[in-house]
Design a protein. Sequence first.
Length: 121
Amino acid sequence: MYTNGLLLNKVTRAILKKIDVIFVSADGDKKTQEKHRGEGTYRRVLRNIDAAKKKTGAFFIGRMTVDEKTDLYKSAVNLLKHTDGIHWQIVIISAFESPPQLNYPADGAAGISAKVPWAWD
């Protein structure tokens, strides 16, 4: 199951017992999480993970989206206090500030090609 964790405490024990793996998304650290998802969401998600873990034997994976400003080590260590494992992806902020030019095929064929500057540096 994939969830942002905000309503994880509402999922019944009967449903949770049928799930083997639960991915809970978080935005790295408290500051980043609350910047994107609202004040109070960081502690709420961690509390909900802890409560749900008491209802199930599922393996919990913290799914972090971090940027180059996030202290990855600190964020990972903290999230591992509440989950069984972590997975992260790094978002490069500059790629969103100056997105690459997308080139659509002239023949309408499926697919998009783009030269992403930071990927070839």
